[in-house]
Write a protein that binds this ligand. Structure first.
Ligand SMILES: [Zn+2]
Length: 83
């Protein structure tokens, strides 16, 4: 599942506000698909995503399911601003 919203967003991760780079999606993946998800992110957006554990992301707008297979979302791929 992908969030194509190009507006700037902030996600609360491990108690810290993380500003997201505008134009880059938030992608959720299970453990099995995370390598594929990272490869696709790099292919599509020409940048390596920052990865966080889903459990550390305190934001209910971020899906809990893998965008590839619909399984349990474990990893969140995003692009942190200024990284
Ligand atoms: Zn999956």
């Amino acid at each position: 599942m992908k969030n194509e919203d190009a507006k700037e967003r902030t996600l609360r991760i491990q108690g810290k506000d993380v500003e997201l780079q505008a134009g880059f999606p938030v992608v959720v993946s299970c453990m099995e698909d995370v390598e594929v998800a990272i490869d696709e992110y790099v292919d599509q957006y020409e940048t390596a995503p920052d990865t966080f554990r889903r459990a550390d992301v305190e934001d209910e707008t971020v899906p809990h399911v893998c965008g590839e297979c619909g399984g349990t979302g474990e990893i969140v791929l995003l692009k942190e601003k200024g990284m």
